[in-house]
Design a protein. Structure first.
Length: 259
């Protein structure tokens, strides 16, 4: 007899941009889930590249680069590849210490050839990055924060409070998508979706706007306390929360919640 997997007969909706779903989809399918995709945000290039291009050309003037997402890594280095005057192979000789918000961001940096990478040990969020950098004595250091167009001001504010000089560049735009696919909307309304994953506050906000009260028909699985707080503030507290902000921990939380 074939052993029943923990998420057999469970329909799981992934709400990240489609190009970011492969790993999470595989993890859920390994546990027996049937997975559906409904992105709630789109990731697009910034409206202009002027500040990004300037930072790339001045890369050697920074002491630390901070990347808060895999998207930030991809847009930053893909732009550097295309810039006139940038020899990409030697560009990496100028890269200072890089700080990644979590394992996924660090993995993406590694794929681009970056070697000097630090990852927070306490938590994979702004608070974790702050805790890490304050142990490195950042007083007087120049920090480049590579991020999207949305995000808390906590990170740059705290780094500057600890004596760093912080420049920020927005290398991509996160834009809410207005409407779900009709089939997904129908399934959500009638309760056929068992679990909905929420992997950022921006996704949580867009998710609530997209589905409204129909979202109460499903169990929400949050990747972090910050994301859970956002969902709760909107009146949709999650059923489960990952023990750490990783995809594997998120799947484990759903498995535990379904058990």
């Amino acid at each position: 007899m074939t052993e029943k997997l923990p998420l057999s007969n469970h329909n799981v909706l992934l709400t990240r941009p489609v190009h970011q779903c492969d790993k999470l989809r595989q993890l859920f399918e390994t546990q027996g889930a049937t997975v559906f995709l409904q992105p709630t945000i789109g990731i697009f290039p910034p409206t202009h590249w002027k500040s990004v291009d300037k930072a790339i050309h001045l890369i050697s003037s920074y002491d630390i680069l901070v990347f808060v997402s895999p998207n930030g890594v991809r847009f930053f280095f893909d732009r550097a590849k295309r810039l006139p005057g940038i020899i990409f192979t030697s560009f990496f000789d100028k890269i200072p210490l890089c700080v990644a918000t979590g394992p996924g961001t660090a993995e993406t940096l590694t794929k681009y050839g970056v070697k000097k990478i630090h990852v927070p040990s306490e938590s994979y969020d702004a608070e974790g990055i702050i805790a890490l950098l304050t142990t490195l004595n950042i007083t007087g250091k120049r920090v480049l924060l590579v991020r999207g167009n949305r995000g808390r001001t906590l990170l740059p504010d705290e780094l500057e409070r600890n004596g760093a000089s912080v420049d920020q560049v927005s290398v991509y735009q996160s834009v809410d998508l207005a409407f779900p696919a009709p089939e997904i909307a129908s399934w959500m309304k009638c309760g056929k979706i068992n679990w909905v994953t929420v992997t950022s506050s921006a996704i949580g906000q867009s998710l609530v706007r997209m589905f409204g009260e129909d979202l109460r028909q499903a169990n929400l699985a949050s990747i972090s306390p910050i994301t859970s707080q956002t969902l709760t503030e909107y009146g949709f507290p999650p059923m489960v929360e990952a023990t750490e902000a990783t995809l594997l921990a998120l799947v484990d939380a759903v498995v535990q919640g379904a058990g």
